[in-house]
Each structure stands twice: as C-alpha cells, then as structure tokens.
Design a protein around this ligand. Structure first.
Ligand code: ADP
Length: 734
C-alpha cells in the first residue's frame, strides 16, 4: 500500500467519526427544529381557536342582552322587533336575528318585512339542543333559510321566571368566518380551514367555494376527531404536502386547522440543514485536499529518500550535497543512510586494502616457499660436489696401490672440501643467527679503506678472485663497525661480483665518504640483474634463474646476510642494474664516524718491536699473512700449524707471546693453552686467544683456559699492536 493511502486512511479514521457525529447532530437538530416549528404552529392554531370561542361568547352575550329585553315581557313582539333591529344594526357579523316559539315557529325575523311570513330555522338539531339543555347552542354549517347560501346559528333560550318562553337565534353568514380566518394568519403561506363539529369545511382560505360543505382531507378528518390538538404531515385537498395542525374550540366544538406547504416550512429548516451538510462535506473535501497536498509533501521526501538510497548503492552521489526534505525524521533517515553508506565504503576500502595486503603477503609467502624449494635443490647440489670429492678421495686412500703423492693429494682434497662444507654450514648458521638477531657486534672505529684493502688482499691471496682484477678506489672513511662482519659483507659482495662477471669484465671497489655516510660501492660489468629481481635480491634464498646453472653455485643467502649485517650497523644497502648484461652496482652506506685519536704510543712502539712471537694457526693464508706483518714490524716470529709443533716450538724457542687459534684441528686452542701452562716455558708466555667468537662468554672461557688476552678474527694491525704493547707492559711489571 502506498504511503498516501495510509495517510488517507489515517485522516479518514480521524475525520469520519467527526463527520458521522456531525451528521447525527444535524439530524437531531433537524428534528428539534421541526418539533419547535410544530409547537409554534400548534400554539398559533390554539390561539385562533380561543379567538373563535371568544367570538361565540361575544355573540351569546349580545343575544342574552336582547333576550332579557323588557320588550319580550308582555308578548308585544312589535316592540321587540324594533329592539332587535337596533341590536342587529350594532352586530356587524350577524346577518339575521330570529325569535322562535317553543314549537319552532318563527315569530319575528329581522331583517324581514313586518307581516311577512317568518321562515322556519333550517337547523332543528340546534333548536332541539337549546330546548333540551336550556343552554345556548351553536350550529354547524347549514344553508341559510332566507337568503340561501351557507350560514351558522347561535341559539339561546329566552326565559321568564323559571319558564322557557322563546328561542332566540342569531344567524351568521359563512363569509364572516372566512373573514375571521383571514384576520389570524398563522403563517404567510398557510391555508386556514374551519371545520364544524361534524368536521365539515365551513370556511377555507384556499379555494373556499370549492370545498365548503365538504369533508376536509382524510388525515385532517381523522386526526381532528381523534385529538383536540395536534400537528402532523398531511396531504392537503389540492394534493400537496402540508404541515398541518388543528385545535378544537371547546365552546363550539369547531376546529381551526391550518396547513403550511412542506416545501416552505422545510425551505427555512433546510437552509440551516444544508449549511451544516455543506459544512460537513466541505470539511471532508478539505480533509481530502489537505491529505493530497500534505500526503505529497510526505510522499515526495520518501521517494527522494528511496532515490538517495539507490544512488548511494550505486555510489554516484556526493553524500555531502544530499538534502532530502524539510521532514526532520526523513532527513534523519537520509543522514543515517549517508553515514551507513560512508561506513560501508570505508569498510569495503579497508577490506580491499586488507585483501590487497593478504594477496601481497600470499604472493610473498609463495615466493619465499619457491625460494626455499630452490634453496633446498641448490643446497643438495652444493653438498653433493664436496661430498663427491671427499668420497672419491677416500676411495683413493683406500686403494692399495696408491702412491704417497696421490694419498697426500687425496688428504688435501678431503681437508679442502671439509673446509668448504664447514663454510657452507657456518654460512647457514650465520644467516640463522643474523636473521633472528642473535648476534652482537663488537664495534670499533676503523678506516673502511684499510679494511677494504685487507679484504682484497686476503681474497686475492686465497685465489677467490679467480683471476679477476679488482680496482680499489679508496679514500679514508671511518665508521664504527664490527670489522669481522663488515669484512664478511665486502667478501660477499666481491665474491658475487666475481661470480657473476665473465673473466673479461671489470670489477671496481670504491670506498669514500658522502655527507655523514661512509659509502662502499662494488660495481661490476657482469651479467646484471633484471628489474623483476632487483626488489627481491636481498631476500633469503633468492637466486636469479640465470645464476642457477652457474658452476659457481651459491645458496642465495649471501645478500641476505649483507643486508642484515649492514642494517645491524644502522646502515643500508642498495642494488642497482640497468638490466641483464649491463652489470650491477651494490652500494652500502654506514654512519660515518670521527677518526680516532692517534694510536697509543706503546701500540705504535709495538709495530717497531723486537719480541719473540709464536703464531699457532691452521689456516695457511692467515698464518702467513700474520707472520709477514709481525716480521715487518721487526719481531722474531715462529709459526706452527698444529698443537704438537706448537708445543715443540714453545720448548725450543721460549717465545714472549703466543697467538693461539682456537679452532685448531685435533686439539683446540683452549686445550693447547692448558698444555702450555703445564710447562715452565708455557707459564711465562703471554697467551693471546685468536678466535672468530667474540661473545663475553667466549672471552671468559679463554681467560679460564689460561689466556691473557682475547682477539677476535680478523685481527687488525692496531688491535695486534695493542695486545703486544699489553704483553710488554705485563712482562715489565713482573
Ligand atoms: P648466491 O649464493 O646465489 O650468490 P646471494 O644472496 O649472494 O646468493 O645472491 C643472490 C642472487 O643475486 C644471486 O643468485 C644472483 O642471481 C644475484 N646476484 C648477486 N650479486 C650479483 C652480481 N654482482 N651480478 C649479478 N647478479 C648478482
């Protein structure tokens, strides 16, 4: 159902009872009006009937005056005659006076010629009533004996003493009554009718001549017999509807009746009735009109509200410009709709965003999973090579007919491949520790240029540059770094550059300072990196497809380590490439540090020392480099590759300082220190642990084993000089 229909029903529910009540009241009012009219009508008719009685009484009393005239005492009728003539002349409404004897014979009749015969009365009933009752009697309508036409009689007895002598009769012409009726108009259009005691029309103001002597309308005829006084609706003699009323005069028994055409009565009543009905209908029409106008004012905002809801659903509406109506509730709903739409839009944007994030995360997870699968394949490949070499070398050793030289080569292969395997495992452990943030940095302020130079030297010496020439362009750039870790970064970047650059290519290592940053740039002219790979290149296990089949291998963890380490230093690393075949550039930025104060005098002196120093190190390159550096400083240097030769050297040479590598094959550095301390020569020596582990617990363990100092690999010249100076001071104190 439409809202307008509801409003119509609502208004109808409010207006209909009112209209019904008004209609009922109108009907009640109508009836009351009519009753009041009837009352007024009856009152008037009654007044006329009273006037009629009074008329008769006046006639009776005038007749009595004449009856008591002394002229009748002696029976001299001629004197009475002249007396009667005088009286008749004074009574305008009388047409004749007749004196009858008790036998009903006329004695005198005026007017009439004296001596002429007196016509007898046409109404013997009235005459008889006077004789019977001795009281005056009034006749009905009778024909007049003398003149013809209609008349009425009033007869009274004439007595002398107690004896009835004559009957005196006054004759009144019927027209007198017609005139009488016209004196008492009940209402302007009223028809007056006078009925005698036999309910015969005696006079009628309308069509008198037609109806005189005839009965009235049947209703009037019946009602006038039934009640002395009454009002009712009645069909008149001419056939029209009348409001009729009649009143019976008590003296004569005559009835005065009147009729007013229903139309004229009701016209006056109808005026107010019609006004009321028009009022009621007008109210109804006004209500309907208002319903239509106001309904539209309510309906239109609701339609617009629906339109707003639809356009909000299509989101093609600017919610801030929405104004629906001046109906507060509708505006509230509109505002709520707009709010809800905004909320839904926000929610859906959030959902979209969450979905996008989720999709990206899933893509990332899928990438990671793919990288991991590739990594596992790569790891298998990487492990299979050294394991294959080791297994072949073992077979050589097991072979009965092998030469000593072949056996030595086989052992060397096994040792090298085991070191390679250890390297792989170390890398894996390292990346695990670095990525979970479980390493701590041992920072010192160093010049990155010297670190880069050292690193290049080491790589070159170990042959890992594979014949590539790496150009170093270095300016001093001091940074507070963990030397071992930054060397790891440089090594990774340089080894990658070598791996991914053909022999003909060029590699350049640049060190410098820019504003507040120390910058390391490794640039090559190698295979380059695709744009798709660039953003992922530092992710764990990520390797470009082109690199997979390279003989150089790799596990895709080097760059992850690089980034983590650089970030731990508060720096950043960036890869760039113009695409495949265009070479790659890796740029590491670290916070620049102020250069340290000039080295301690004692440490400087250590570099120009003359102590006896024993180096115990199984890594040939490291041992040789250290040896060479200490000799350059002027020291007397011995070295040993393992525990046994170290102990032998201790006894023979009695060094001042012994630098013991902790990770020795067979007997580790801690064990060797304990054995040193067990001999006399060993108790005097200043023992320095050289280890890759720099945690406080590693230092504690070293001190416990009998070491005096603890150096973390790779050992820089300054750190070494400081330790030598410390050893010197120690000896002097003893
Ligand atoms: P990997 O052990 O495979 O070298 P890295 O994490 O060091 O692992 O490097 C990840 C990948 O980044 C390599 O597989 C290679 O595809 C690419 N990459 C690294 N360095 C370079 C470079 N200098 N030139 C071209 N590609 C490089």
């Amino acid at each position: 159902m439409r809202i307008r229909s509801h409003i119509v029903l609502l208004v109808a529910a409010a207006v209909l009872p009112l209209m019904t009540f008004s209609t009922i009241m109108t009907v009640v009012f109508w009836r009351q009006q009519r009753a009041a009219f009837e009352d007024r009508f009856i009152e008037r008719v009654r007044a006329v009937s009273i006037a009629l009685d009074r008329e008769h009484l006046a006639t009776v009393s005038a007749l009595r005056g004449l009856a008591e005239s002394a002229t009748l005492d002696g029976g001299d009728l001629s004197r009475f005659q002249s007396r009667a003539r005088e009286v008749l002349a004074g009574e305008e409404s009388w047409s004749a006076v007749t004196l009858l004897d008790l036998g009903g014979r006329g004695l005198v009749r005026i007017p009439g010629r004296s001596g002429a015969p007196v016509p007898s009365l046409n109404d013997s009933a009235t005459f008889r009533r006077v004789l019977e009752t001795g009281q005056p009697a009034i006749s009905g309508l009778v024909t007049s004996p003398g003149r013809g036409g209609y008349a009425t009689y009033i007869a009274i007895p004439v007595t002398r003493g107690r004896a009835l002598r004559y009957v005196l009769v006054a004759e009144i012409d019927q027209r007198i009554w017609l005139r009488f009726l016209s004196f008492y108009p009940v209402a302007p259009e009223a028809t007056m009718t006078l009925l005698d005691q036999n309910r015969i029309v005696m006079a009628r103001t309308l069509n008198n001549d037609q109806w005189i002597g005839r009965p009235p309308s049947p209703t009037l005829y019946a009602k006038s017999a039934e009640f002395p006084l009454g009002a009712y609706r009645n069909v008149g003699l001419e056939g029209q509807w009348f409001y009729s009323a009649h009143s019976r005069a008590s003296l004569s028994g005559w009835s005065v009746a009147t009729g007013v055409p229903v139309g004229s009565v009701e016209a006056s009543l109808r005026g107010s009735l019609v006004a009321m009905l028009v009022g009621i209908a007008g109210t109804g029409a006004l209500a309907i009109g208002l319903v239509i106008v106001l309904g539209r004012r309510i309906e239109q905002p609701i339609r617009r509200l629906a339109g707003l809801a639809r356009s909000l659903a299509r989101s093609d509406t600017d919610p801030s410009r929405v104004r629906v109506s001046n109906v507060r509730e509708v505006d509230e709903v509109a505002a709520t709709l707009v709010e809800a739409a905004e909320l839904i839009q926000r929610r859906s944007a959030e959902l979209d965003e969450a979905l996008a994030k989720e999709t990206a995360a899933r893509a990332q997870a899928e990438d990671a999973s793919r990288s991991k699968d590739e990594f596992l394949a790569m790891l298998g490949h990487e492990l299979r090579n050294p394991l294959g070499a080791i297994s072949s070398a073992t077979a050589v050793l097991d072979h009965a007919g092998r030469s000593e030289a072949a056996a030595a080569r086989a052992r060397a292969v096994i040792a090298r491949q085991v070191r390679h395997l250890v390297g792989i495992v170390d890398d894996l452990l390292d990346v695990a520790r670095v990525t979970t943030g479980k390493i701590s940095l041992h920072r010192q302020v160093v010049d990155l240029a010297s670190i880069a130079q050292g690193c290049l030297n080491t790589l070159r010496a170990s042959g890992r540059l594979a014949g590539h020439e790496v150009a170093l362009v270095a300016e001093p750039a001091w940074a507070e770094i963990d030397v071992t870790r930054i060397e790891q970064v440089l090594t990774n970047l340089l080894v990658n550059a070598v791996k991914y650059t053909p022999a003909s290519g060029a590699i350049r290592l640049g060190i410098g300072a820019e504003a507040d940053q120390a910058v390391i740039v490794v640039r090559d002219t190698g295979i380059g990196i695709t744009a798709g790979m660039l953003p992922r290149i530092f992710d764990l296990f990520v390797q470009s497809d082109s690199a997979l089949d390279r003989a150089q291998g790799g596990l895709g963890i080097g760059l992850t380590l690089v980034r983590k380490i650089v970030e731990l230093h508060g720096g950043s690393v960036q890869a760039s490439s113009d695409g495949p075949g265009q070479g790659s550039t890796f740029t590491v930025r670290l916070p620049l540090a102020a250069p340290p104060a000039p080295p301690h005098a004692a440490a400087a002196a250590a570099k120009a020392g003359s102590g006896r120093i024993l180096i115990v190190e199984d890594n040939d390159d490291a041992r040789e480099m250290l040896h060479a550096m200490l000799e350059l400083w002027g020291h007397d240097v011995d070295d040993a590759r393992d525990a046994d030769s170290a102990l032998a050297c201790l006894q023979q040479r009695e060094p001042d300082i012994a630098l013991l590598d902790i990770g020795l094959p067979g007997c580790d550095g801690y064990e060797l220190a304990r054995r040193f301390r067990g001999s006399a020569a060993g108790r005097r020596v200043f023992l320095v642990a050289v280890t890759g582990y720099g945690q406080p617990e590693d230092r504690g363990r070293a001190i416990e084993a009998g070491f005096n100092a603890h150096l973390v690999k790779p050992v820089g010249p300054d750190a070494l000089a400081e330790v030598i100076a410390l050893a010197r001071g120690n000896r002097q104190n003893r």
